[in-house]
Write a protein that binds this ligand. Structure first.
Ligand SMILES: [Zn+2]
Length: 211
């Protein structure tokens, strides 16, 4: 079976799995548990369009989860069906930021691409944050200055309440060739941010605004 689960869908499933584990740990009532299970599978399948029978079967495994061990096994199985972040090399990254001199790229071998909706790193020397993400079927690169705020706030990309910083990029203005500077609060830690993303709405809005 071809991988069919996107990273953000995997995160959504993880969230539902956690609800189920919590439910089983705190509820004894058979009917209530059955309801929790049907809610979980209903919510999970609603994240997909046109699921095939064998794909449904994979997802249906969620209804058998009773404890943490079941959850770990189920999520490992689910992860084998996750579509990884598009193949990327240092060379590709350089091409995405042609105007950036002395571009430092992240250590790609340390990244779990099945848990990556967007790739991001901070160049401490220049205090710039780089973001690479698929957008309308192609990879795009975005960069901006980044200032830690040292406090929690709502992240523009994942909607989580996390330690954020101010990302300021130059964006297209309304007039021809004009640019406006615009700031967004974004998680300082992109791994945390990636874990939080359960839908692509905010991410798409952000990228649409900039590109
Ligand atoms: Zn975030």
């Amino acid at each position: 079976m071809e991988p069919f689960i996107q990273t953000h869908q995997y995160n959504f499933i993880k969230e539902q799995v956690q609800y189920l584990v919590n439910g089983h740990a705190s509820v004894n009532d058979f009917d209530v548990l059955k309801t929790l299970e049907s809610l979980a599978i209903e919510k999970v399948t609603s994240q997909f369009d046109g699921l095939q029978e064998e794909q449904k079967e994979v997802l249906n495994g969620i209804t058998n989860i009773q404890d943490k061990e079941d959850a770990v096994l189920f999520l490992a199985r689910i992860k084998s069906h996750v579509i990884p972040f598009p193949d990327i090399s240092e060379n590709t990254i350089h091409k995405l930021f042609p105007k950036t001199k002395k571009l430092k790229t992240p250590r790609l071998e340390n990244i779990d691409f099945k848990e990556t909706t967007y790739l991001s790193w901070i160049d401490k020397g220049s205090s710039k944050k780089f973001i690479v993400a698929p957008h309308f079927g192609t990879l795009i690169g975005v960069k901006g200055s980044f200032t830690n705020s040292n406090q929690k706030g709502i992240c523009t990309l994942c909607n989580g309440n996390e330690e954020v910083g101010l990302f300021v990029s130059e964006e297209k203005g309304t007039g021809n060739g004009t640019y406006v500077k615009r700031g967004s609060h974004i998680c300082r830690n992109s791994e945390t941010c990636n874990q939080n993303i359960t839908n692509l709405k905010k991410m798409d809005e952000f990228l649409n605004r900039i590109k």
